[in-house]
Design a protein around this ligand. Structure first.
Ligand SMILES: NC(=O)c1ccc[n+]([C@@H]2O[C@H](COP(=O)([O-])OP(=O)(O)OC[C@H]3O[C@@H](n4cnc5c(N)ncnc54)[C@H](O)[C@@H]3O)[C@@H](O)[C@H]2O)c1
Length: 357
């Protein structure tokens, strides 16, 4: 394809406005795409976006109207999770390739059904938005790991903590399926392995009381065993009031790689690798400047703005060349299978043992 890819963005809320901005910028700077349409059940959200970029991109109040208009080649779907399956299926049936925000559907059962449908009829139609795979600091850590910088890896710790509860009205199927799906995919991608067993623990300890979004936990841990030579610990929460905490620590037999370290500097992400105790200099130390959009945006955009844009550029490239997507519905199912296993073995105070007093 030599013409720019005509892209429609469906859902112009917190995340959709960011994807639409990146389509607009890539159109301007690379001519590989065009922002051809915006669709939202609440047209005011789409109008607000048009006003913010000083454009009059055609607006549609429904997916049906968007399809009928025949104005796009591909679609970015950023509607609430409960609509993902219906909206993605509708757009794929209309002949479009789709970039769908995570999670695939929000439940394992629906993920499996939808993935089976896609495998039968449209195996290359859907790219799932796991932006961590396009994040420069994490890609650098993966390179260090694969180059053997810290020897055989036996443990990964991955934390993701919001500074606020999910917004009022936000619908989540649970903090693990909504939030830790990022960490789970990161770990499967870093290691190239799938765990054999999982266990979850959680509590509603603070921020659940500050929002109408009712989730099972506002603080949770997921523990994963990969046979008997690797473990992973995932920590997610919505209680880190000091700011967004995104940290990954990779433990190897000869050293450790640390990606990100919460210190109130959201636009500066440090990746460090250290050798065994006593080695004077770090094995590696690199600082990555995150993009400052110059205005208040959700904290996940401060940390992952460039990754979201790189993910979109990869989607555009695959659509233009006809190549398969690097991340698909199968990755979404795999991550949700891990989480569902953990949820089957959730431990709360009832399963714990009393402490003698
Ligand atoms: N990858 C990430 O880091 C990340 C971050 C935040 C959100 N997300 C995902 O993005 C999705 C959207 O989350 P959000 O926080 O932007 O939600 P949001 O509520 O802010 O935005 C959703 C938008 O979709 C619109 N919408 C709702 N129903 C619609 C319909 N039937 N047709 C058309 N438009 C409709 C709403 O009017 C709204 O503008 C969720 O699935 C969430 O998991 C991903």
């Amino acid at each position: 394809m030599s013409e720019p890819l005509k892209i429609a963005v469906v859902g112009l809320g917190r995340m959709g406005a960011v994807h639409a901005l990146h389509v607009h910028e890539l159109a301007r700077d690379t001519q590989t795409c065009e922002l051809a349409a915006l669709a939202d059940i609440d047209l005011e959200h789409a109008r607000r976006f048009n006003a913010a970029i000083g454009r009059s991109v055609p607006l549609f109040a429904s997916l049906e109207d968007l399809v009928k208009a025949g104005v796009c080649d591909a679609v970015v779907i950023v509607t609430p999770t409960e609509n993902h399956r219906e909206h993605a299926a509708q757009m794929i049936a209309a002949g479009f390739r789709v970039l769908l925000e995570k999670p695939l559907t929000g439940t394992l059962e629906a993920d499996r059904e939808f993935a089976a449908e896609l495998d039968r009829g449209h195996p290359h139609a859907l790219m799932l938005a796991f932006q961590r795979r396009f994040d420069e600091p994490l890609r650098y850590a993966r390179q260090l790991m694969e180059a053997g910088a810290i020897g055989r890896v036996f443990k990964i710790y991955s934390a993701l903590e919001d500074s606020n509860p999910a917004p009022n009205g936000y619908k989540s199927g649970g903090i693990l399926s909504d939030m830790s799906v990022h960490n789970v995919d990161e770990i499967l991608w870093l290691t190239g392995r799938t765990p054999s067993r999982a266990l979850a623990l959680g509590a509603r300890i603070y921020s659940h009381a500050l929002t109408t979004c009712q989730e099972d936990f506002d603080d949770a841990l997921l523990y994963l065993w990969f046979g008997n030579d690797l473990v992973a610990q995932i920590q997610v929460g919505r209680n880190h009031v000091s700011g967004y905490r995104v940290e990954t620590v990779i433990f190897g037999e000869t050293g450790q790689i640390h990606v990100g370290h919460f210190d109130q500097k959201p636009f500066e992400i440090v990746v460090e690798a250290y050798g065994r105790r006593g080695s004077a200099k770090p094995l590696a130390h690199k600082t990555f400047a995150m993009r400052d959009y110059g205005r208040p945006l959700p904290e996940f955009v401060d940390r992952f703005g460039a990754a979201y844009k790189a993910e979109l550029a990869a989607f555009i490239e695959c659509c233009r060349t006809g190549a398969p997507f690097p991340v698909t519905h199968r990755d979404g199912v795999r991550a949700q299978e891990v989480i569902a296993a953990g949820m089957q073995a959730t431990v709360g105070p009832e399963q714990s043992a009393p402490v003698a007093t």
